[in-house]
Design a protein around this ligand. Sequence first.
Ligand code: ADP
Length: 678
Amino acid sequence: MSPAFDTLLVANRGEIACRVMRTARRMGLRTVAVYSDADVDARHVREADEAVRIGPAAAQSSYLDIHAVIAAAQRTGAGAVHPGYGFLSENGDFVAALAEAGITFVGPPASAIAAMGDKSAAKARMFDAGVPLVPGYHDADQDDALLEREAEHIGYPVLLKASAGGGGKGMRVVEFAEAFQAALDGCRRESRAAFGDDRMLIEKYLTQPRHVEVQVFCDTQGQGVYLFERDCSVQRRHQKVLEEAPAPGMTESLRREMGEAAVRAAREIGYVGAGTVEFLLDADGSFYFMEMNTRLQVEHPVTEMITGQDLVEWQLRVAMGEPLPLAQEDLSISGHSFEARLYAEDPAQDFLPATGTLQRFALDLDGAGLAATQVRLDSGVASGDRVSMHYDPMLAKLIVHGDDRQQALATLNRALAALDIQGVTTNRDFLQRLATHPAFAAAELDTRFIEHHHGDLFAPRHYSAEDYATAALVSLHQLGREQQSHSPWDRHDGFRLNSDNTIRIALSDPTRQDDDDALVTVEGRQSAPGEAWQLRVGDTTLAGSLHPIEGDAVAVTLDGHRRRLQARLVDGGEIVMVDPKRETRLFWRRLDAIDHGRQEAESTLTAPMHGTVVTLLVAPGERVEKGMALMVMEAMKMEHTLTAPADGQVESFHFQAGDTVGQGDVLLEFAAVEDSGE
Ligand code: ADP
């Protein structure tokens, strides 16, 4: 059987499916996607040459259905299957079933997957191969009393791990002997539920280790190389969030030592293809084997960025039976790279996954002044896509490259700010908090980074007078634009740029609803069009102006300090402002225009915010008293009643129930009746 193939099926979805197909297309292969009912219109389906439905939304009956995937490959004549990561990527039965069907699996042989699938067995093999292990116990005897004696022998704190484990399940730190039995019972229960197996291993718990992993590659000719290391220490609940390559502070000799140990580990199990050997790196420079992932990792792009190699191309070439494209001495590191994982989730709510429709999902490189060579967005979604609750909430990965760590980090922060995401809650602000944290900038990394800096990373935002003034400028700019687009009613609108005018903007922080300080009013006054605004926020007055640059990029100047940021207005009255340090989200509402003469104030009524007209309460011509309800509007899921500003008569309405109105639109004409003095 020849391993050459011209059609590749990708047994995955999301960003990894898109990423694998991109390389396959470049190599001249036909691409086949598979999809569940939840993914009929997903991006990976749209980008594939062919796509086959493999079942309903539940992964168990679609992406994890071995027979459905193989049937799809047979139906489309795919000679090879790339599993991506997750799903069937480390499933030995899948590899065996493909072999039986005569289809090439882009990955290692089933025997290598099996060798690393069990943590205890893997540790025993690695010990034989001379790969350093964390001090611990990984034998077959699972007697409770024996395990407790072993824990005592290793010395507390210890880490209990499920032998069959993965994804942080069945894993618990035990601080002292008295807590051991309860922790053991808990881990066993968890492991039985998740993996149908309750065997445990025990490790010395390292208190400040870094997670440093080595990318290895082997071909079918018996050659093996390492493509250096990645530092993935920033984790939440044992899940990686920010990764980088190379690992900060790495010496040439340690790099070689770890690299060679990793290749030894791969050789020991007859490995083929891309693999990752994960190590814990202790503060004293000792490193210990943790596990081997027998597939392509989520964070592989940082390795591609520093080596200039396409790892998926390497995988496909190896799967075609070709030798490794480069030998060890031909590989070198250039610059520094970071990857940030963008999730649809709410960090403030314990990273609860979020769903919804992505109204916009784009990266505005030009607006941020970034070059395409510095930034790569591996994304499984596009504007208009729905984010469902069926699969992993990772939307995309933002990958950057710089000459050194500092430059790459600055680029990461700019690029995070240039992501235009609307409609779904994401962890972008959390990523910005991480990437701008002084300890991260100083590369003070360990696997409990998020825990250690919890206070800084989750503190509620406190906005300054400058922040409120900036948001007010964005709203004032918008009001000016709306006025221009509603020129027929210009003369009725209270908002006029051509005479002295004061406008009040109410700004509220949606995350601090119960807090009295959360509602701030900014008073803006402009003496003539084009002049700077005098903005009063509490006791502070600032001279401010805003100039659009390009796309959403604007320049805001406050008292002579000019800053560039991305500013967007979201339907429902939200302002999102992002700069390379953080994201600011405020709801805005125009309070009544004041200071434009009694006559005019009483002749029109304008919409205080964008919304819909619910009902009209009086008929044109009707006499009303000051304060009487005239109409009801709905905005931001709340009803607002508009009342008569004086005694008088409604002359006409400009809208009907059900109509949508913009902020500042004239709603009705009103004639005040002079007090007759009776
Ligand atoms: P899983 O397979 O469930 O992901 P791993 O064995 O890969 O579990 O460990 C996941 C993470 O747990 C590591 O990246 C590291 O942060 C932490 N960890 C694992 N073993 C130890 C240890 N012995 N001491 C301290 N932390 C550890």
